[in-house]
Ligand binder design. Structure first.
Ligand SMILES: Nc1ncnc2c1ncn2[C@@H]1O[C@H](COP(=O)(O)OP(=O)(O)O)[C@@H](O)[C@H]1O
Ligand SMILES: [Mg+2]
Length: 282
């Protein structure tokens, strides 16, 4: 056994835990007996091919869906969310692939959506633009996004990676304790993805519990402490950093078949089909 590296965090119960969660939509069983835990300052990478149930799993955590069976525990206590706002109020923040912020708003404005007074018509009247800009720019700079210096810039003018980073910084600023990232790097180039991965590490350093969804093994390996591979809605593997190689993880994600086997099957198919690859299934 390798010695455990201490990160200076005290031993704690998991912030968030799923216990034997099943999720069905009518007759369609999507998730089967999912049990997972994430502690403060830890990144759980949820890996799996398209259709494996990753989004359904995090929507269940985020109050979009209710588990059909099983429990969600927050700080060791069972919770039940009727709607996404319930989960948000408990500090569970979800950032989607495209950042989830508002392209036509300024950076400062977008930072405070949903937390300004919402009664009556005129929240903008009481909105202190300069103060909002100062807070937003400081928060993103503290996250290492030093290129953002002007809170009046429109979110839509930021790069994909900057938008993701802004959305993460915003969630942390608003007090998120659990950060769920659904494929944040999928649509990004190499540099932009690296930027987002740095932000994920910063969120982890600040003690958030992070659930990072990806099907890019390299991205997972760059930030993950703990990995779970989902295949057809069930956890096919659950392991810690350093326990498996990149090849082993890639093979697991392909449903237990090794990439070498898949390549051989493909070659075989093409030989018997005049060099054509097999039709893709949706
Ligand atoms: N609301 C729904 N009703 C019925 N089936 C659904 C619903 N949402 C997701 N599914 C099914 O659940 C499976 C997993 O989907 P999803 O969670 O989006 O996978 P992933 O995010 O891993 O690509 C898919 O087969 C999908 O069709
Ligand atoms: Mg998905």
């Amino acid at each position: 056994m390798r010695p455990k590296r201490s990160e200076g965090l005290k031993m704690s119960t998991s912030i968030i835990e799923l216990r034997n969660v099943d999720k069905s939509f009518g007759p369609i069983d999507v998730l089967h007996q999912i049990s997972l835990k994430v502690s403060a300052g830890e990144v759980l990478c949820l890996l799996g091919d398209n259709g494996a149930g990753k989004s359904t799993l995090i929507k269940t955590l985020a109050g979009v869906h209710k588990p059909t069976r099983g429990q969600i525990l927050l700080d060791g206590k069972a919770v039940s969310f009727e709607r996404p706002l319930d989960a948000q109020e408990k500090g569970i923040a979800t950032v989607h692939q495209f950042g989830g912020t508002f392209p036509l708003m300024s950076i400062g404005r977008s930072f405070f959506v949903g937390v300004e007074p919402t009664k009556g018509w005129g929240p903008f009247k009481v909105f202190d633009r300069k103060k909002a800009n100062d807070i937003a720019v400081k928060a993103v700079q503290d996250f290492g996004i030093t290129r953002i210096t002007d809170g009046d810039r429109l979110v839509g003018g930021l790069s994909g990676g900057e938008r993701q980073s802004l959305a993460i910084a915003r969630a942390v600023h608003l007090g998120a304790r659990v950060l769920i990232l659904d494929e944040p790097t999928a649509a990004l180039g190499v540099k932009q993805a690296a930027h987002v991965l740095r932000i994920v590490n910063e969120a982890k350093r600040r003690g958030l519990a992070v659930i990072f969804i990806t099907h890019q093994v390299m991205h997972a390996m760059a930030v993950g402490d703990h990995f779970a591979v989902l295949i057809r809605g069930a956890i096919a593997a659950d392991f810690r950093k350093g326990d498996k190689t990149r090849e082993e993880i890639t093979d697991l994600m392909a449903g237990g078949e090794t990439m070498a086997d898949l390549e051989a099957q493909l070659e075989n198919y093409m030989e018997t089909h005049e060099g054509n690859p097999p039709p893709t299934t949706p």
